[in-house]
Design a protein around this ligand. Structure first.
Ligand SMILES: [Zn+2]
Length: 67
């Protein structure tokens, strides 16, 4: 069973028996996170990267001078 990446149309060699619904895999070609929305037939959907803020998340350390 072959399925293509919804983001870049790269054919992905995934065995439906190896993945579960809700599992997130990554496309080798474009690096997109793809969620297995259905295992029969195998269907993938791009995971919305929202709320996945990994960039330059400045942590403001307020050195409070109390007491
Ligand atoms: Zn891809």
């Amino acid at each position: 069973m072959s399925v293509v990446c919804p983001e870049c149309d790269n054919p992905l060699d995934i065995d439906a028996d190896d993945v579960d619904e809700g599992e997130v895999i990554q496309c080798d070609e474009c690096g997109s996170d793809l969620e297995v929305v259905s295992s029969d037939p195998l269907e993938l959907a791009p995971v919305d990267a929202e709320g996945y803020d990994d960039e330059d998340d400045a942590v403001v350390v307020d050195d409070e001078d109390d007491e």
